[in-house]
Design a protein around this ligand. Structure first.
Ligand code: GLN
Length: 473
């Protein structure tokens, strides 16, 4: 009970984050999870970088507050399109196409796309050498559009990733032979020793701008422009750039497996907390939905049966990731409302798991011997009482193994919600890897953490199952 109360309170603070904000308006600004030196997580787990420092300095200068949401580039742009956030700062290039949907600030950084390959690869020196090769790009970026625009001419294949770290890893491991990304980011990565080398000149690209949805948040945009101009004049703008662009190769990353573990543990634990919160809250709601719709599925009334069937069919018949996108990006865009990623995540998981639970409930009820209902009814018990007192207690015992199975599946499914930028365990792993590029060791650690939690859950459930079975036998 206590854990449920804590869960409800934490959910409330995620759903209504602004209740606690101080004076001055608070804007929610989405950003990429990994686009160093513009945005990345430092070893303390704080979000830093040129974009972040600039935005914070401008907010201070203009007297507003910001809440930064590292969603990943594509998710950030979609979140702005569906007005889930007030703005995006993510090394986002000002392009004609985007200007149709967004209003941009004055440009604050010149950029352009370059091609990089693995260090030591001597086979590729220009676009001509890409024939038949695989090129990594990041979804929805200028680098991706540029690769598409020359793809036919040079005859390469495109592989798409959601974040820069995965994209660079793919090239380093040789799955892809080249990557197209923004010059300042690749140059910074190369200087930090990311194992790549740049081989082409910069293509002319758009400058970076801060974006708000078209016609919305005009005041914020104006304040951004005013603040930017002030910072440029005072020299603070240049200081922020110098701080990151002149940064030496960082040496503050701990080495070795245990060093990494120690360093990343606090962030991972925060992620794990979110994973557990999503799981517990969703499972409570899913159980209620499961019982309601499961009963509908076995009801005598045809309308109720139809309602149960439609619900189960919809949520079993579509992938969880599509449901998450639909609930977080689709519906709010169509109906013009705002929902936090955590709320959308909980709704998605609950509806999805609820459909499976409904089937478990139906299966359980149907596998209780038909004679039980007949006997109860012939003793004069009404249908509802017979169901509640005779059938369900027996059915629940039959359902327990499947319910435990569903708990475990739902816990693992929370990882899919990283795609809408919820900072759960998988997303925490992604963000840390974006910083330290240690994908093998970090995914191993994340995998082991899931495994341990699921093992604990399994052991506890097995014990509970035995108790219930014995108690009732
Ligand atoms: N500048 C690129 C764009 O706007 C990439 C941005 C990013 O990956 N964060 O498309």
């Amino acid at each position: 009970m206590l854990s449920l109360a804590i869960a409800v309170i934490s959910v409330a603070s995620f759903v209504f984050p602004n209740l606690t904000s101080a004076e001055g308006k608070t804007y929610t600004i989405a950003t990429d999870i990994t686009f160093a030196p513009f945005e990345f997580q430092d070893t303390n787990g704080d979000f830093v970088g040129i974009d972040i420092d600039l935005l914070n300095a401008i907010a201070e200068n203009q007297g507003f507050n910001v809440e930064i949401k590292p969603l990943g580039f594509n998710a950030a742009v979609q979140a702005l399109e569906s007005k889930q956030v007030d703005g995006v700062i993510a090394g986002m290039s000002i392009t004609d196409e985007r200007e149709r949907k967004f209003d941009f600030s004055e440009p604050y950084f010149e950029s352009g796309v370059v091609m990089a390959i693995a260090e030591g690869n001597e086979d590729i020196a220009s676009y001509e050498d890409l024939k038949g090769k695989r090129v990594a790009v990041k979804t929805g970026t200028e680098g991706a559009s540029f690769a598409q625009s020359i793809q036919d001419e040079y005859g390469f294949k495109i592989v798409t990733f959601d974040d820069s770290a995965n994209m660079y890893d793919d090239v380093k491991t040789g799955n892809s032979q080249a990557v197209f990304d923004d010059y300042p980011v690749l140059a910074y990565g190369v200087a930090q020793g990311n194992g790549l080398q740049i081989v082409t000149e910069k293509e002319v690209g758009g400058s970076y701008g801060f974006a708000v949805a078209k016609g919305e948040n005009g005041e914020l945009l104006e304040q951004f422009n005013d603040g930017l101009a002030n910072l440029e004049e005072s020299g603070e703008y240049q200081e922020i750039l110098d701080k990151y662009l002149e940064a030496k190769k960082s040496t503050d990353t701990e080495n070795g497996f245990f060093g990494l573990l120690k360093e990343s543990f606090p962030s991972l634990m925060k992620g794990l907390q979110m994973t557990l919160l999503l799981t517990v809250v969703s499972l409570v709601i899913a159980s209620i939905l499961g019982i309601l719709f499961g009963l509908c599925r076995v009801a005598h009334n045809a309308v109720l049966r139809a309602i149960g069937t439609i619900y189960v069919d919809i949520f079993r018949g579509t992938p969880l990731i599509v449901q998450a996108f639909f609930i977080y990006f689709g519906l709010p865009a169509a109906l013009d409302f705002r929902i936090s990623a955590v709320t959308a995540g909980i709704i998605t998981l609950s509806l999805n798991a609820g459909a499976y639970m409904a089937e478990i409930v139906r299966g359980g009820i149907e596998s209780v011997d038909k004679g039980q209902m007949e006997a109860a009814r012939s003793l004069g018990l009404p249908y509802k009482t017979a169901m509640a007192k005779v059938i369900l207690p027996q059915a629940i015992r039959l359902m327990i193994p499947s319910i435990i199975n569903q708990f475990i599946i739902t816990l693992k499914d929370t990882s899919i919600l990283s795609i809408i930028g919820i900072n759960e365990l998988t997303q925490s792993g992604k963000i840390i890897i974006a910083r330290n590029l240690e994908s093998f060791q970090m995914w191993l650690i994340v995998g082991v953490m899931y495994f341990i939690i699921i093992m604990i859950l399994t052991k506890v459930s097995n014990r509970m199952e035995r108790k219930i079975q014995n108690g009732k036998a």
